[in-house]
Design a protein around this ligand. Sequence first.
Ligand SMILES: Nc1ncnc2c1ncn2[C@@H]1O[C@H](COP(=O)(O)OP(=O)(O)O)[C@@H](O)[C@H]1O
Ligand code: SF4
Ligand SMILES: [Mg+2]
Length: 326
Amino acid sequence: MSLLEVKSLEVRFGHGEKQVQALYGVDLSIDAGEIVGLVGESGSGKTVTSLALMGLLDPKSAEVGGTAVLDGAPLWDERGRRRPRSKVPMAMVFQEPMTALDPVFTVGSQLVETLRVRRAMGRRQARAEALELLEAVGISDPTARMRAHPHELSGGMRQRVMIAIALACEPKLLIADEPTTAVDVTIQAQLLDLIRGLARERGMAVLFVTHDLGVVAETCDRMITMYAGRVVERGPVVEVLAEPAHPYTAGLLSALPAAAERHARLATIPGRVPPPGTEITGCVFAPRCSHRRDVCDQPQELLPHGDGREVRCIRASEIQFEGVQV
Ligand SMILES: Nc1ncnc2c1ncn2[C@@H]1O[C@H](COP(=O)(O)OP(=O)(O)O)[C@@H](O)[C@H]1O
Ligand code: SF4
Ligand SMILES: [Mg+2]
């Protein structure tokens, strides 16, 4: 059994006739020390997946179904009652750290407070641990940074602070939702290095959410492509990118700058992700797929496609796409 085992995760928003389904039976597993990339264009359901696992969807408007077991213990019971968040070894970092950091308090006081609450540390011990955490996330002169307010830090530095606060909870699972989308490429490379290092050194499992396959290529061990709230492809990153099997993964890949250079233009997939509530009968990707045939007009199942891979496309073994070596 993997560290995280999610089965048939479903999310519905709203009530009664207006209720719409956003996630359709998402399965996912992550081992300790493994980084799994969750990819797809904006609106695919990546953040809804993250928030459902973290217990951050408002139960008044969102209904969560399926099961999720982290480190042997369910995140919620059969009646949907969640274990208190403080008891679950899981933490999340977001794209915009200012939404997670409190502008009023110093970096030090936020870290110390987290350590006192989550790890029951005394003030002195918490302070020492806070300094160590800031050092672990690559912040120079941590003693001075402890006294800084979030707005006094650069975007990359704030992102590191948010990761330090996440680590203060000693997570076995870190969910990182587009953590490098708002920073420049140099800072992005440093943050990806940091996250990879933390996964390896601490044996932390990471669910890495991104719309950028380039980032997945650099960071992740396995990847899951999501489309319209469904998993459409999954497998080891090296293999999926070398030979994508789903036309959607192939489309995302051809939009990568490296591939675009070879084809002399940046390809984009025409059309957009259907929002929850869109009625779909056949293949979910069919309206945007240039490989559509009559056989595609039936619901598609996620089926095995070689070793450790799965794909939701009936034509996957007939069509071949150009991939990239990573
Ligand atoms: N609270 C909500 N109520 C209704 N629809 C939502 C809610 N949150 C997200 N959605 C919809 O669910 C779909 C998936 O969103 P999201 O998971 O944020 O996509 P992304 O892959 O870009 O992270 C989008 O169409 C979004 O508008
Ligand atoms: S099932 Fe058909 S329409 Fe859907 S992705 Fe495959 S080829 Fe395209
Ligand atoms: Mg998102």
